[in-house]
Design a protein around this ligand. Structure first.
Ligand code: MG
Length: 392
């Protein structure tokens, strides 16, 4: 073995990240102009230059992955499995037979791993079978009884909060994962322990957080982007749908009882369509028809939240955030007022912003024109999006 044997780093990026709110898998969201995954990979490239990086991705995320790693010299990603443990096992199998026997397994959503931590883990691995960074528990910890009562208080000095990267020798951890197949465990240390491996704890780092919730992302953006300049862009959208047979109209995600429904390829939610176009407009990324061609049978009868979610996902992918949205529905009937609050709440939920940033209002055209003759409903929407100033 040479002085500096290969150090394999398996970056697990196959999760869906649903707890981080709308905007697609969290590891592909931009943080200060770079995706979380790219930041994580660059942290390893900087902190452990001899690391050989290999990323495990979800089969659906190949395009997101290619965009995130553009310009980095990486081998093909490994396609993960249904659960994290399956993804890790597949990643380890892809490394089987490679030169070098040390592997670090790391969550893609921890982009702040430091050189000091990597050095500490590597040093400890010289004397141990496996190494896990851990943090002390500072809060008092106690059991929660099934009836909701407070139970036994635990000795927090005897507890440790696990982080990644967790480091192992390749052969034993691969064997441990194969032996654990079908038994779901909480992390790779648990898998190693189930196979009888002894895992040493080293001091973790408070900054090495796993980005899980929308709040984690906001805190991370503040931490790295305190000086990052944002610019504000506005967009507008307009849409019309004609009345047809039916007994309700879906408007801003709310089913409003009415003697007629709205005709359209999807659910004909004229409010959501206008707002979706407003967001695409602010991003200068075309319109709803470009992203969801009406010729595509998949969108027939579709709930329009799918379209709006795509626009929100694009804002997140550009490293931006939606500041506010304003929708005006133009019709004589149905009366919008009684439903406006429900519509605001519904839009806010899909947009992933506070309802205080969402407005839904209505007007008539004094019985003039198609809206006045109650032949259909029109909707106007505008929005403001904050984007990093260096964004294209
Ligand atoms: Mg439409």
């Amino acid at each position: 073995m040479s002085d500096a044997p290969a150090l394999h780093v398996l970056v697990v990026a196959a999760g869906r990240g649903v707890r981080a709110g709308p905007g697609g898998p969290k590891q592909y969201r931009a943080l200060g102009g770079r995706t979380v995954l790219r930041r994580t990979l660059e942290a390893f490239a900087e902190g452990a230059p001899r690391a050989r990086l290999r990323v495990v991705i979800h089969a659906d995320d190949r395009a997101l992955y290619e965009a995130a790693v553009a310009g980095l010299d990486l081998p093909d990603p490994v396609i993960g499995g249904a659960a994290r443990q399956d993804s890790v096992r597949r990643g380890l199998e892809a490394l089987e037979g490679a030169e070098g026997d040390v592997v670090m397994i790391h969550d893609a959503a921890r982009p702040f791993v430091s050189k000091a931590l990597l050095d500490r883990i590597e040093a400890a691995l010289e004397a141990h079978e496996a190494v896990c960074p851990g943090l002390p528990v500072t809060d008092t910890v106690r059991r929660r009884e099934p009836d909701g009562a407070a139970g036994e208080t635990l000795d927090r000095d005897a507890l440790s909060r696990a982080q990644t990267p967790q480091a192992f020798r390749l052969g034993p951890i691969l064997a441990a994962h194969r032996a654990a197949e079908g038994r779901e465990m909480t992390d790779d240390v648990a898998v190693a322990q189930a196979a009888g491996l002894c895992v040493a704890l080293v001091e973790g780092e408070a900054a090495n957080v796993k980005l899980t919730t929308a709040e984690d992302f906001q805190a991370a953006a503040r931490r790295i982007g305190g000086t990052e300049a944002m610019e504000y862009r506005s967009g507008s959208g307009f849409d019309v749908h004609a009345f047809g047979v039916g007994d309700a109209a879906v408007l801003c995600g709310v089913e409003v009882p009415h003697g007629r429904g709205l005709k359209g390829h999807s659910d004909a939610d004229v409010g959501m369509h206008a707002l979706t176009d407003a967001i695409f407009g602010a991003l200068a990324e075309g319109d709803i028809g470009r992203w969801f061609p009406p010729s595509e049978p998949a969108w027939k009868g579709a709930a329009s939240r799918v379209f709006l979610e795509k626009a929100v996902e694009r804002v997140a992918a550009r490293g931006g955030r939606l500041v506010n949205a304003d929708v005006t529905l133009i019709c004589e009937r149905p009366k919008i007022g009684p439903h406006a609050e429900a519509m605001r709440a519904r839009l806010a939920e899909v947009l992933g912003i506070d309802a205080g940033r969402v407005s839904v209002k209505a007007t008539t055209t004094e019985r003039l024109g198609f809206a006045g003759r109650e032949e259909g409903i029109a909707a106007l929407a505008s929005c403001s999006v904050a984007l990093p100033e260096d964004g294209a």
